[in-house]
Design a binder for this molecule. Structure first.
Ligand SMILES: Nc1nc2c(ncn2[C@@H]2O[C@H](COP(=O)(O)OP(=O)(O)OP(=O)(O)O)[C@@H](O)[C@H]2O)c(=O)[nH]1
Ligand SMILES: [Mg+2]
Length: 371
């Protein structure tokens, strides 16, 4: 992170300087007005996050020789600590009172709901830079939404990934159902790449048998080659990936399965907001690959706060594509716009899913601040 103090005779001029030198991503850490020899100066301390230092330490890059995984992890940890200290200092100095009451209330609520200080500071910076911007617009700039539909994710090969028990197999079946419903007669293949797990395997196999769709198992590179050779026979191929073993990464799992070099593969990462913040960061580190296309949020019915959705969206830049609020096959909602997400965040209102169609809308769990 690069931190620098700027001064000019007006707020507008100083913000222009910040933007010119540090770019639009700059975060305002503090601002104050000083009088010197009768002249009024506006002073702003701003910071910009530079490239992730771990990227520079990637093995074999920059001619620096191989750097071990452990060294990369330790650099990452160190970087996070430095960032936390800087953000802690900045956090104490952001002055919410400069914002309209409604925005102050919204930011306080987000923080109570688990949105990290770093993200609050980014939102604060956006709102102070652009007085026309609403809190929802600022949030929309950090947390993307892209509906989990055929149109938004046209890749023929789609996979679900995520930690053990997060709801991958159930979600894959939901995706198969939704695809068949939107395209009657479509040829779907369910692929179980998590073959060592008896229960998930049976769920997939039984669903495929009952629905008359193809089921196959993927144990390694040979199976992957067979599958890729047979792709023309299907309109959609849905893969249930195994969870990544401790200390491993999804890239490694995809390589073992022979899926690493496959173009046109979209992997959806399933997470639940009820995981602790440190778990979510560790899962993002382990599961994020070049092929990760979206985040699917499951087990909303078991979560009490939803700030993790904002944190993960802001940290990864990945869109949220679906919200899941129960174990049933009809308990998921493809996120076609941001409204369901805002209602979840600000009102703790679980999204209406297909299971609710025809029923009265459920009452919100708690009345909370609106944005
Ligand atoms: N309460 C709740 N339960 C869910 C939700 N999604 C899935 N489940 C349940 O969570 C359990 C695990 O779901 P699975 O789909 O087997 O999860 P998985 O990620 O495939 O699990 P592994 O294959 O063991 O890693 C099952 O009992 C599901 O019915 C949800 O949104 N809310
Ligand atoms: Mg499973």
């Amino acid at each position: 992170m690069r931190v620098k103090t700027f001064r000019a005779k007006s707020t507008k001029a100083v913000l222009e300087k910040v933007k010119r030198e540090l770019g639009p991503e700059a975060v305002i850490l503090s601002s104050q007005t000083r009088r010197e020899n009768g002249v009024c100066w506006c002073e702003v301390m701003a910071a910009v996050e530079q490239d992730d230092p771990s990227a520079a330490a990637a093995p074999g890059e920059n001619g620096g020789g191989a750097v071990g995984e452990e060294e990369v992890m330790s650099l990452k940890r160190e970087w996070r600590q430095i960032k936390d200290v800087l953000l802690g200092l900045a956090g104490d100095r952001i002055d919410l009172a400069v914002l309209p009451a409604r925005q102050q209330q919204g930011l306080r609520f987000l923080e109570e709901d688990g949105v990290q200080r770093e993200v609050i500071i980014r939102l604060f910076a956006r709102l102070t830079h652009d007085r026309e911007c609403s809190l929802l617009q600022a949030l929309g700039g950090l947390v993307g939404v892209r509906a989990l539909t055929h149109g938004s994710f046209p890749q023929k090969l789609q996979a679900v990934s995520g930690p053990s028990g997060v709801g991958k197999t159930t979600q894959l079946v939901r995706m198969a159902m939704a695809f068949q419903k939107s395209r009657p007669g479509a040829r779907v293949c369910l692929v179980n790449a998590d073959c060592d797990r008896g229960q998930g395997r049976l769920v997939l196999k039984h669903y495929a048998q009952l629905s008359g769709i193809t089921y196959c198992e993927l144990h390694g590179k040979d199976d992957a080659q067979d599958l890729l050779a047979a792709m023309d026979a299907f309109d959609r191929v849905l893969v249930d990936l195994p969870s990544v073993p401790r200390g491993g990464r999804l890239d490694g799992v995809l390589a073992q399965l022979g899926l690493d070099g496959v173009e046109g593969l979209a992997v959806h990462l399933l997470l639940s907001p009820h995981y602790a913040p440190a778990q979510i960061s560790a899962f993002i580190d382990a599961y994020r690959t070049r092929k990760t296309a979206s985040l699917i949020w499951t087990k909303l019915d078991e979560a009490c706060t939803f700030g993790a959705i904002v944190n993960a969206g802001a940290a990864t830049g990945l869109p949220a594509s679906a919200l899941v609020k129960g174990p049933g096959l009809r308990d998921a909602l493809a996120l076609s716009d941001e409204m369901a997400l805002w209602k979840l965040l600000f009102k703790h209102e679980l999204p209406a899913s297909r299971a609710d169609a025809g029923r009265a809308a459920p009452a919100p769990r708690k009345g909370r601040a609106a944005a």
